[in-house]
Design a protein around this ligand. Structure first.
Ligand SMILES: Cc1ncc(C[n+]2csc(CCOP(=O)(O)OP(=O)(O)O)c2C)c(N)n1
Ligand SMILES: [Mg+2]
Length: 703
């Protein structure tokens, strides 16, 4: 439903962190002059149980540090979550109050309804307040679950003075003494105070009753599971709230529409008018962005000279070019969780400035250097510190600005690829569901290329995880020109054509020669595959697929196969198995739904054309990434991938260990040809020894 509902937040913890960064991004847009100063607020309505999610409270100090008085949290403190009480033996409201006050927020508590005001006024002994404070949440839950007589006995009855306070009330009246969160007057006042508060974000803690008004299940542990009302519950609900509906409408729980022109309808229409419409809608303005022509990135297209760069360095060059673009440069939002130096991006600091809402209040120690650490109020770079979750929330705010503000922003969030999809996958899902746009850049990618860092850094599965997100186009480019083609077309499709998609690109830190872009490969790069290097002699009997730095291994294998074993092989760059599979699935679906018409060919099949023989696909990622294409390449695929845990080793050893180096590709090809009866089996067996591929070593998938 692309037009409906802007902020999907059903996963607990996503709403609070996203709300904080949305509010901060509103200020960013103002400070950069991209929107006018606005009185808008970000409201987040949260559960008290939800606050136990680490994401819920992990970024609270950012909100106070940034003085986000455009942000209001309302926590519905019904004291229960799904299974039982949130803090049966304690008090969740006090706990949250302390934490938020400590984090620098303005806190408003809405605990007792107006009905209690008179009781409190008459509480000369102070015992009513004492009683309120000494009861734990488990007891408060019981009071509401068990009703008026129980409350009189167990709550007020503890002290004669407090018991006396309610002697004029019936049990029913005692049972109905409202909590603050159910009192419109108290809630209104709290909201008003929150809206008017300056200089801090505000938290409203509203004490409520779970299942309020549904007599039989109110404040009971299974309340959350109650999905339907029986006839008696409906009747009691009507009585309790004095709902004036025709008998049959109420009993059948039918939709009821008050007559047109009635005060109720006028009120409802007026509220909707003030809110700007009848449903939460994602509105699009005409696109303001033209993708720059590919020629703008000429230095990525023409190939490299020594010293050669990595794809990360090529990307930084592209990003700099893009940020200098007079038309769209201002719309680019680089987002970095404390890794700019790792990626060679520190030159951007001085050129474009690091966003700091209060400007730079100190003279940086490196101020006398050309590339100093420059913070400024209208800085463009979001240097987030070590928070991938926060960075992803910023990416979400920027990537949805096109619908929240009708201002298209182009965020690039660059991070250690290992700490993306697997660490903040749920935030990525919410981003996608909100139809977010932008580029996730998985730096220091791969299981074997990120040399010398611990196994926890070595990513061999982000592409698998990326494949699960419907609007994510994931690419594993090998060369600078591939990156340029993908990003240029990405800007065109996301912004110019306003398609609902976003991109994930892997970037590596291995330096190698970047070839100039061959003729006629643009379509293949974007669709996912093109022939990078045909066999030098004769018609190929083997096809080699490589991606990212593994393409270089495939090219080396191609050479060894030809020179040492007389086997001609074609070399293919596979930029996206995920995109190829999606296209093939779409084509197959069309064929299934149109049995009477000529079958269409998936792109992978037509791209391969008459290319003969088995296919050896080698990847930095798990074998399942190339295996996605197996249904359309029946019996042809031999997949080499990096299943298993990483190792702290250099590239050469890692590639040997995971069996994705050129030697492993060569032996895999010969082995397969031998099994097909196309190569001498004894010679194939000998090749393993010749090329140093240990046939008896432990399987890396289990090592
Ligand atoms: C990340 C995540 N884990 C689990 C759930 C399942 N879940 C849905 S509602 C709920 C309880 C919520 O309790 P609370 O936040 O107190 O909200 P309440 O319903 O009491 O207002 C749970 C565990 C979820 N939606 N998201
Ligand atoms: Mg709750």
């Amino acid at each position: 439903m692309p037009d409906f509902w802007k902020f999907p937040t059903v996963s607990m913890g996503i709403a609070p962190i996203n709300a904080i960064y949305q509010a901060r991004f509103m200020r960013y847009l103002e400070n950069r002059g991209l929107i006018a100063k606005t009185p808008r607020k970000v409201w987040a309505f949260l559960g008290d149980g939800e606050m136990d999610e680490p994401e819920s409270m992990g970024s609270l100090t950012l909100a106070s540090r940034e003085k986000l008085d455009n942000l209001i949290f309302v926590i519905n403190c019904n004291l229960q979550r799904l299974d039982g009480p949130v803090r049966g033996n304690g008090k969740i409201i006090q706990e949250l109050e302390a934490a938020f006050l400590g984090a620098g927020w303005n806190v408003i508590k809405v605990i007792w309804g107006t009905d209690w005001d008179g009781l409190l006024a008459r509480d000369k002994s102070g015992l009513l307040i004492k009683r309120m404070e000494e009861c734990v949440d488990g007891e408060y839950q019981s009071f509401k679950a068990k009703g008026g007589a129980y409350i009189r006995k167990e709550f007020f009855g503890k002290y004669p003075e407090t018991l006396k306070l309610v002697e004029h009330l019936s049990d029913e009246q005692v049972g109905k003494l409202r909590r603050g969160g159910h009192d419109p007057l108290k809630v209104y006042n709290a909201y008003r105070a929150a809206v008017e508060h300056k200089g801090q974000p505000t938290l409203i803690l509203a004490k409520t009753v779970k299942g309020y008004g549904v007599a039989e299940i109110e404040a009971r542990n299974p309340t959350h599971q109650q999905k339907e009302l029986n006839d008696r519950s409906v009747q009691l609900f009507r009585q309790r709230f004095d709902v004036q509906l025709p008998e049959d409408v109420a009993n059948n729980v039918e939709f009821y529409r008050p007559p047109e022109g009635s005060p109720e309808m006028s009120y409802l229409h007026e509220r909707r008018r003030q809110l700007g419409g009848y449903i939460p809608e994602r509105k699009l303005a005409p696109s303001q962005i033209q993708a720059p022509p590919l020629e703008n990135f000429a230095d990525l297209m023409r190939g490299s000279k020594a010293p050669h760069p990595s794809t990360t360095m090529a990307f930084v060059r592209l990003l700099t070019t893009l940020m200098k673009n007079p038309q769209i440069g201002k719309r680019v939002v680089p987002i970095i969780p404390d890794e700019a130096r790792t990626f060679g991006m520190e030159s951007l600091f001085r050129q474009f400035g690091i966003y700091a809402s209060g400007g730079q209040l100190y003279k940086p120690h490196d101020a006398d250097m050309f590339l100093y650490y420059k913070e400024q109020q209208d800085g463009q770079i979001l240097e987030e510190g070590i928070t991938e979750a926060g960075s992803m929330a910023s990416f979400t705010a920027a990537g949805t600005a096109y619908s929240n503000y009708q201002v298209e922003m182009i965020p690039f969030f660059i991070y250690y690829s290992m700490f993306g999809f697997q660490r903040v996958g749920d935030l990525i899902w919410a981003f996608a569901d909100a139809r977010g746009k932008g580029f996730l850049m998985g730096g220091t990618a791969g299981r074997t290329t990120l040399a010398g860092e611990g196994l926890q850094h070595q990513d061999g599965h982000s592409l698998v995880l990326a494949s699960t997100v419907p609007t994510c186009a994931a690419y594993d480019p090998a060369y600078a020109y591939e990156i340029a083609v993908i990003i240029q077309d990405g800007i065109r499709r996301m912004y110019q054509e306003q398609e609902d998609r976003f991109y994930y690109l892997t970037l590596y830190n291995e330096n190698y020669a970047m070839p100039p872009m061959p003729e006629g490969v643009t379509e293949g790069i974007l669709k996912g595959i093109y022939k990078f290097k045909a066999a030098e002699k004769g018609k190929a009997t083997v096809q080699l697929f490589g991606s990212g730095p593994t393409l270089n291994e495939a090219v080396r294998a191609q050479q060894i196969l030809g020179e040492r074993y007389g086997v001609a092989a074609d070399g293919w760059s596979v930029t996206s198995y995920n995109e190829l599979r999606r296209e093939a699935l779409g084509t197959e679906r069309w064929n299934r739904l149109h049995p009477g018409e000529a079958a269409r060919r998936p792109y992978i099949v037509s791209a391969l054309g008459s290319a003969q023989g088995p296919i050896v696909a080698a990847t930095e990622y798990m074998k399942v990434v190339p295996d996605q294409l197996a249904p359309w390449l029946p019996g042809r695929m031999v997949t080499l991938g990096t299943d298993g845990f990483g190792r702290s080793e250099n590239r050469e050893y890692l590639r040997r260990h995971f069996e994705v180096n050129a030697e492993s590709i060569v032996t895999a090809a010969l082995s397969r040809l031998a099994r097909d009866g196309k190569f001498d089996a004894a010679k194939a067996a000998k090749a393993f020894a010749e090329l140093g591929v240990d046939t008896e070593k432990v399987d890396p998938a289990m090592a």
